[in-house]
Design a protein around this ligand. Structure first.
Ligand SMILES: O=P(O)(O)OC[C@H]1O[C@H](O)[C@H](O)[C@@H](O)[C@@H]1O
Length: 545
């Protein structure tokens, strides 16, 4: 297959992007631009008209996708082909959202029945805990969940639970512990009572240092505060693909919820890793979350590239990274419940597409995944939006806004919406020197002063953004939204021909961390490493600078 950068569409895009008019002009020239560049699917509306693109740009991007075999690559993922070539694994988080009658084969075995069995086990467990049938060691019902996990075994459940706060069972609270810093665990343990607390330990590998250490300390706390060894099974459950290791660790076999190596950590909230979500919002709502994601899967597989939401979003991100040297992408959620989503998309995208060799190991000759960051609107408008408007870097933005609030109160929501839409408008149109000068008309400043201030007020505009609307934030719309970003990440990785599903950089950090741990705990001075690492280790060993 021809390299991406050697495709005809690549060279044409390079030329075309240089002569594309300012977005203001594009809007002025075509009053129907929104109608042509907005799309609805799965309860979401994507307005992509405020992007640096005309019809020709879009056609070239779709050409690029076709020549890169995007549709075939999408099918390969859904069919369970071994697309994670370095770990020799299928990539089937989509199977977690499958209908019971679907057949998805891994090594010749249909995996859907296993998925459904685990969901049935989750449903039974959720019912037992939330009905009060599941009792702690003194006969009381569970009131608090402490979820212990890190990376993909943490952020998905945390962010989704936070986003779906209006759907919580009022009798339950959930606390998330990820960091190996004991402060994280200790602060949470101060809030809970061992008699009524259930620990959910989530680790796909059952080998992650932070999670094992936190679980051992939680277990010790439980035993020191009234619980006995025989009570452990009433208070500790595990989610893992390494059932043998969990059993060896002392987890009761009935309390282990399986997952599989064909689910990547950062794609795993749909599996039993989502148990804390299901406990808080109930299994029916958890199923709605899956249904929303399933609807987006169907759209991604079936819609033509030209009206395919994840494809369009992925292509725009590629456009800005590869043709406008954009190095970051900001996600701005205009909903307090969605305040954690930028961090979730950051993990999803940066761990997936932070790669620099193609599938066959060649160094890429173009940029790959950008830095993903963001926060909740309107807060950022009073801080970092300054750089979006007037900084030198081009930072494409996604604005996410539910049209109805879960907390309608006076004019709050209409003000929130006005800020969201106003920001997209300001980024797109900017402010010319003449407009800035006209705004200063009538002030007491001299002409020279006016001209100076006007120069500082100029905003180039032409800053791209997508706006995503939904009627209301529900489990279903959230499921569709998260699956949209999963597939958007896939589209970029597929076009760049990189493996979006391994994470060797993260693995190296783990290995070196273990080596340093041994040196920190050693009686001997560290001398074998570089001068900086030796010195830092020795200072830590002495416990003083
Ligand atoms: O679920 P675990 O096996 O404990 O792994 C937790 C996390 O560990 C690593 O850092 C991986 O890079 C993540 O993708 C993973 O989610």
């Amino acid at each position: 297959m021809t390299k991406l950068t050697q495709q005809a569409a690549w060279a044409q895009l390079e030329a075309q992007t240089k002569q594309l008019p300012h977005m203001r002009a594009l809007f002025n020239a075509d009053p129907k631009r929104f109608d042509k560049m907005a799309l609805s699917a799965c309860g979401l509306l994507l307005d992509y008209s405020k992007n640096r693109a005309d019809e020709q740009t879009l056609n070239l991007l779709f050409d690029l996708a076709k020549t890169a075999g995007l549709s075939e690559k999408i099918r390969a993922m859904f069919n369970g082909e071994i697309i994670n070539n370095t770990e020799k694994r299928a990539v089937l988080h989509t199977a977690l959202r499958a209908n019971a009658d679907e057949v998805i084969l891994v090594d010749g075995v249909n995996i859907v029945p296993e998925v459904k069995q685990t969901q049935a086990k989750m449903a039974k467990f959720v019912q037992a805990v939330t009905s009060g049938k599941w009792k702690g060691y003194t006969g009381k019902a569970i009131t608090d969940i402490v979820s212990i996990g890190i990376g993909g075994s943490f952020l998905g459940p945390k962010i989704v639970t936070q986003a779906l706060r209006p759907y919580w069972n009022p009798a339950l609270k959930c606390h998330f512990v990820a960091n190996v810093d004991a402060t994280s665990l200790c602060e949470k343990l101060r809030l809970v009572d061992p008699e009524t607390t259930l620990f959910v330990m989530s680790s796909k590998s059952f080998g992650t240092q932070e999670t094992l250490t936190n679980t051992l300390s939680a277990k010790a706390w439980f035993l020191e505060n009234g619980g006995a060894q025989a009570d452990i099974a009433k208070h500790f459950v595990a989610v893992t693909s390494n059932v043998a290791k969990a059993t060896e660790f002392g987890m009761d076999a009935d309390n282990i919820f399986p997952m599989w190596d064909w689910v990547g950590g950062r794609y795993s909230l749909w599996s039993a890793i989502g148990l804390p979500i299901a406990l808080l919002i109930g299994m029916d709502n958890f199923n709605e979350l899956l249904a929303g994601a399933k609807a987006m899967d169907k759209h991604f597989v079936e819609a033509p590239l030209e009206s395919n939401m994840p494809v369009i979003m992925g292509l725009f991100s590629l456009l800005y990274g590869n043709f406008y040297q954009a190095q970051s992408h900001v996600v701005l959620t205009y909903d307090h419940y969605l305040r954690g989503l930028p961090a979730y998309f950051q993990q999803l995208d940066m761990e997936s597409n932070g790669k620099s060799v193609t599938l066959n190991g060649d160094k890429v000759d173009h940029s790959t995944g950008p830095v993903i960051w963001g926060g909740e609107g309107t807060n950022g408008q009073h801080a970092y939006h300054q750089l979006l408007h007037q900084g030198t870097a081009l930072i494409p933005a996604d604005f996410i806004l539910p049209l109805q609030s879960h907390n309608p109160l006076g004019e709050h929501h209409v003000q929130l919406a006005s800020n969201c839409i106003g920001q997209t408008q300001a980024l797109m149109q900017g402010r010319t020197f003449d407009e800035a000068l006209a705004e200063l008309e009538g002030s007491s400043l001299s002409q020279d002063e006016k001209a100076l201030i006007a120069k500082h007020k100029v905003m180039e505009g032409n800053k791209p953004s997508n706006t995503l609307l939904m009627n209301k934030l529900t489990p279903e719309t959230l499921g569709a939204l998260i699956a949209l970003y999963e597939h958007r990440t896939f589209v970029q990785g597929a076009l760049w021909d990189i493996n979006s599903f391994d994470q060797w950089g993260v693995e190296l950090g783990k290995t070196l961390g273990n080596d340093v741990l041994a040196r920190l705990q050693s009686q001997q001075e560290a001398t074998a490493l570089d001068a900086s690492s030796n010195a830092l280790i020795n200072l830590y060993r002495r416990s003083t600078i």
